[in-house]
Design a protein around this ligand. Structure first.
Ligand SMILES: NC(=O)c1ccc[n+]([C@@H]2O[C@H](COP(=O)([O-])OP(=O)(O)OC[C@H]3O[C@@H](n4cnc5c(N)ncnc54)[C@H](O)[C@@H]3O)[C@@H](O)[C@H]2O)c1
Length: 285
């Protein structure tokens, strides 16, 4: 067992990937606080973990609400005596033309995907600080953060989560809290909506992703933080950090013409891909 005695929260664990993470971690000895906004699914996952001999409690609530997020962490502390790990899995998704963006759903996606991760992480980090025990926060990003058509707002929320991961990995290091993110892929209800507009080679189920979550929540990854880990079926990759590309180019005065000259010369071969699957820059034409 890789997670004996670990007390972990998985948000959005009523179905799909979150359910697989919760069940996978319970099999490895973790006590799991299962969260979802869907009460029936939440209780079903708790029951299934218990039937399999694991330890789980459920808490229904929205990660996008500050008080609910606090109550989810408190439920873990009340049930198991503390919190050692948080998987910020809950998320919403939409596939649509950006020229047809729905402003109400766009706001909801930002609230759940971005504020949900921020609220849950803040409550969990406060509790871990009070425990003086360290801990692990695992966020969930997506290939859409690197650029895909028809998923602009979703991709923007997942890019925000990548930035949250790098920022928290720095700030929470002194509290002994590791912060990583995964970029998963599996056939779930979410992917079914993507499939309606884009072919996909994803054929595997969410259970294939659970061992990666177990690894990143366990002491096996005790020295790993600030990383974004992509698992695509059997292919494992790290995702590049978004830093400036050295060396910097210097001019005494940057005029528009000087920028044009720099883009035509020194920066020409450094232009970056702007799509998940692109090898190099594709010019605008
Ligand atoms: N499925 C994939 O291939 C894939 C790829 C990249 C990233 N992801 C990410 O993985 C995570 C899980 O995706 P999935 O495919 O299992 O999706 P899913 O739609 O099957 O499950 C999402 C779960 O989150 C819950 N949820 C929604 N809003 C919530 C809220 N406010 N508070 C608590 N729970 C809430 C839903 O009720 C649902 O049970 C998401 O963050 C998603 O963006 C999935």
């Amino acid at each position: 067992m890789e997670l004996p005695g670990k007390r972990v929260v998985v948000t959005g664990a009523g179905q799909g990937l979150g359910r697989a993470y919760a069940e996978g971690m319970a099999r490895e000895g973790a006590s799991v606080l299962v969260n979802d906004v869907d009460a029936a699914n939440c209780h079903d996952v708790v029951a299934s973990i218990r039937v399999a001999g694991g330890t789980a409690e459920g808490h229904v609530g929205s990660v996008a609400d500050w008080d609910d997020a606090g109550a989810i962490v408190s439920a873990c502390v009340e049930a198991f005596g503390g919190i050692d790990g948080l998987v910020n899995n809950a998320g919403l998704h939409a596939v649509n033309k950006f020229t047809e963006e729905d402003p109400v759903f766009a706001r909801k996606m930002v609230e759940v995907n971005v504020l949900g991760g921020i609220y849950m992480s803040s409550h969990a980090a406060r509790q871990m600080e009070a425990q003086q025990s360290g801990g692990v926060i695992l966020n969930v990003t997506s290939g859409a953060a690197s650029g895909l058509s028809l998923m602009a707002t979703y991709g923007a929320t997942k890019g925000a989560i990548a930035a949250l991961t790098w920022n928290l990995a720095n700030e929470l290091k002194e509290l002994g809290i590791r912060v990583n993110a995964i970029s998963p892929a599996a056939q779930t209800a979410m992917v079914a909506t993507t499939r309606q507009v884009r072919p996909s080679t994803v054929t595997w189920g969410p259970e294939l992703m659970a061992p990666l979550v177990v690894f990143l929540l366990s002491d096996l990854s005790h020295d790993i933080t600030g990383q974004i880990v992509k698992l695509w079926g059997t292919e494992l990759q790290l995702v590049r950090h978004h830093g400036p590309i050295p060396p910097a180019i210097t001019r005494d005065v940057w005029t528009p013409a000087a920028f044009a000259e720099a883009f035509a010369t020194e920066l020409h071969d450094r232009l970056q891909p702007y799509q998940r699957d692109m090898e190099g820059y594709v010019p605008f034409s």
